[in-house]
Design a protein around this ligand. Structure first.
Ligand code: CMC
Length: 427
């Protein structure tokens, strides 16, 4: 018999199995707890609860480690491509050369949108936030691809996964084009996944678009850094939505909605807005004091993480990438100096040291994205684009699990106990 965890409650002792992962903390298996004890556990923010079993991504927050299928994020960001990482996440192993080119070819065959779907954009106000457009248009995909929504059929799941990964750049670029009043560009499948996205975003039909190789590489790396991140809020949302058997397009739309929040994917937009508000390094101490003040809702955006209690390894790569993009484009941004100084001051401040608050992936990403030419409102859209592969890989993993059940948390009820209805004239 393996390890057991003991619970003593109301004069009784109970044993629960302790499960071991390949690495990381053991977990106490409490699936039978309610049946045996009549009690639930209480963990509203899932701070101590593993919601599923997964073989995709591993994070050691204390050490600042992030592995996809075992491979460190730093190695993937340095040597791999977003398409290769996507294959890895979906299939479990790195592809050989043929597998990679077949995968790239397959994805490139699905980049176009149904022509009618483009009409949807015209229903939105021009000043709509592109994340609002993303929620709507991605959700609408389920109205167009009926031939791939039978989730019990692995082939349907595969095609819908490929469609989502392939169409996301086209959908995101169209959201941008619509906002600025330029014509939509159709995909050009002779380009790389990332090159095609940049062209659809920044190109115009009137003239050829020249891809900047260093920008294409930096963008691809940013996509790699955002590809998956274990059971974060949006991934858990996708899993929960999918656990009821909802179709994958609807599930990914749910993930996008969750990602939008400033505590999650919306932090990249909020972080750059914050740096703009701070402006010059001399204003930093004032904002540091505000961040520490419990009565002030201001927080250092792009700082802190539920899991990382060390430097987010993605932030390290982001910081290097800022310099590469600046060199390639021969630009600079004084906000980068402000960000570096802010990081330095915060990392030497006892408040941030004691609470183990470090820069996360969003702290530097906005500086790169704005150097490339994206408005802040597009930042979270780019996150959604890249995270789609993680979402579909996690969704597929869940649906393929024979033990999968609908997600149905319980609660600690604190409302009124049963009482009788009183007619309105007697209240
Ligand atoms: N600035 C100032 N104080 C902070 C910050 C911050 N950015 N983050 C956490 N704290 C404090 C917080 O007030 C709390 O203090 P106390 O223990 O005295 O009450 C302590 O640190 C722990 O914070 P928490 O809110 O209990 O931690 P959490 O795990 O619930 O929240 C977080 C994690 C990421 C939501 C939070 O750190 C935060 O709001 N950061 C800013 C937003 C951000 O950058 N989000 C992006 C996360 S990475 C990308 C992604 O997931 O999409």
């Amino acid at each position: 018999m393996g390890n057991q965890a003991k619970l003593s409650a109301s004069g009784n002792d109970y044993d629960f199995p302790v499960l071991k992962g390949s690495v990381g903390p053991d977990v106490v298996d409490i699936r039978k707890m309610y049946g045996q004890t009549g009690m639930f556990t209480f963990d509203p923010g899932f701070t101590s609860t593993a919601s599923c079993e997964s073989a995709l991504t591993y994070i050691d927050g204390d050490e600042g480690v992030l592995l996809h299928r075992g491979y460190p994020i730093g190695q993937l960001a340095e040597n791999s491509s977003f398409m290769e990482v996507s294959y890895l996440l979906l299939n479990g192993e790195l592809p050989d050369a043929d597998e990679l080119s077949n995968f790239e070819f397959t994805i490139s065959r699905h980049t176009m949108l149904h022509e009618q779907l483009l009409q949807f954009y015209r229903g939105f106000r021009r000043d709509a936030h592109p994340m609002a457009v993303m929620c709507g248009v991605v959700g609408a995909l389920s109205a167009f691809y009926h031939d791939s929504t039978d989730i019990s059929d692995p082939q349907h799941r595969k095609i819908s996964s490929h469609r989502l990964i392939a169409k996301m750049p086209t959908i995101a670029a169209a959201a941008y084009k619509y906002a600025i009043g330029q014509p939509f560009l159709y995909p050009d499948n002779s380009l790389s996944y990332t090159g095609n996205f940049l062209r659809m975003t920044f190109g115009v039909p009137a003239e050829p678009y020249e891809l900047h190789p260093a920008v294409e590489k930096a963008m691809d790396r940013i996509f790699i850094l955002h590809a998956d991140h274990e059971q974060n809020a949006s991934t858990s949302t996708v899993r929960l939505a999918g656990s009821s058997g909802a179709n994958p397009f609807a599930c990914i739309a749910a993930g996008i909605a969750c990602l939008w929040g400033p505590a999650h994917g919306g932090a990249n937009e909020a972080a750059l807005n914050m740096l703009k508000e701070i402006g010059t390094p001399d204003k930093i101490p004032h904002y540091i004091e505000r961040a520490k003040d419990k009565n002030d809702p201001f927080r250092l955006m792009g700082f802190g993480h539920r899991v990382y209690k060390n430097y987010d390894p993605r932030a390290t790569v982001m910081q290097t990438t800022v310099r590469e993009v600046f060199d390639a484009l021969k630009v600079t941004d004084p906000l980068f100096e402000t960000a570096l100084r802010l990081e330095e001051i915060a990392l030497n401040d006892p408040y941030f040291v004691e609470k183990k608050l470090f820069p996360n992936v969003d702290f530097y990403s906005g500086i790169i994205l704005s150097a490339i030419g994206f408005p802040t409102t597009m930042f979270t859209v780019l996150f959604a684009l890249a995270r789609t592969v993680g979402w579909v890989a996690q969704w597929n993993e869940m649906i393929s699990d024979p033990g999968q059940k609908i997600g149905r948390p319980r609660q600690l009820y604190t409302g009124p106990t049963q009482r009788d209805y009183i007619p309105v004239d007697q209240r």
